[in-house]
Design a protein around this ligand. Structure first.
Ligand code: GLY
Length: 253
């Protein structure tokens, strides 16, 4: 169960964030409202939410998940692969000092973004993507081994991040979309296959026995509900315009 969540308020520079989505620029005020709704939903799941101030010099800084990977035994501060995002991790590291004494760091030439990391028990799957490279993985796996965790790689073909197409919902249940539907590595899970018309909805998060699902994806909502979960819809449409989603918007630990 998670006790804490860290989020960062979107800055006005959000509209300049990196995107491949072709959905237009996000509306800043609507993004703020959606961020409020996201925070309220998390608070209702019984977690304490620490809200960091916006960082205008980093348009994508609202997507805090990419800047750290948090476990019970250590915090690993990443080195984001997107050049314009390098430096977002500095204030995250500061914020984490309140919670962690064991802090580790991924350093250049290694790059790694938290969106490429999916935890299943004590194992961490790491997407090799445009944002996370072999050296980043090598450093990350070395750190994890030191803390008695394991890690393995998954080569990405099209997705931005590993968790663009996968979400682990605990109890061996895994949401799979697109290039991961036929991936051998994931056939051992109870797979919930995301309909190809709802690909964005693969980015869900399990939070303390409920699953947060992006608003507007009824097939996904029904499939997760059928698997026995309490499903909560959250509107993150403005963040979708920047290829971001429910997982990217928080660090949960
Ligand atoms: N816009 C989020 C990202 O590309 O990292």
């Amino acid at each position: 169960m998670f006790k804490h969540v860290i989020v960062r308020r979107p800055g006005r520079s959000l509209i300049e964030g990196i995107t491949s989505a072709n959905l237009g620029k996000p509306d800043y005020n609507r993004a703020l409202q959606q961020h409020d709704g996201y925070i309220d939903t998390l608070k209702n799941r019984g977690v304490k939410v620490k809200i960091l101030e916006a960082e205008e010099q980093f348009p994508d800084a609202v997507f805090v998940e990419d800047t750290a990977v948090l476990t019970e035994r250590c915090a690993i501060i990443t080195n984001p692969g997107a050049l314009s995002r390098q430096g977002e991790e500095i204030t995250i590291k500061e914020a984490l000092k309140e919670f962690y004494t064991n802090m580790e760091t991924i350093t250049a030439p290694g790059t790694l973004e938290g969106g490429d990391v999916m935890r299943v028990g004590d194992h961490f799957y790491v997407g090799l993507s445009d944002r996370t490279n072999e050296d980043g993985f090598r450093q990350f796996a070395g750190i994890l081994n030191k803390y008695r965790y394991t890690a393995s790689t998954v080569k990405l073909e099209k997705f931005l991040h590993l968790k663009t197409g996968l979400a682990y919902l605990e109890n061996n249940n895994l949401l799979v979309a697109g290039e991961f539907v036929e991936h051998e590595e994931f056939k051992k899970f109870k797979r919930i296959i995301i309909d190809e018309t709802e690909g964005y909805a693969a980015n869900c998060i399990w939070v303390n026995d409920a699953v947060l699902v992006p608003m507007g994806y009824p097939k996904t909502r029904a499939a997760i509900s059928k698997a026995g979960y309490n499903v909560i819809e959250v509107d993150v449409s403005e963040f979708r315009k920047l290829d971001g989603g429910l997982s990217c918007l928080s660090l949960r630990f």
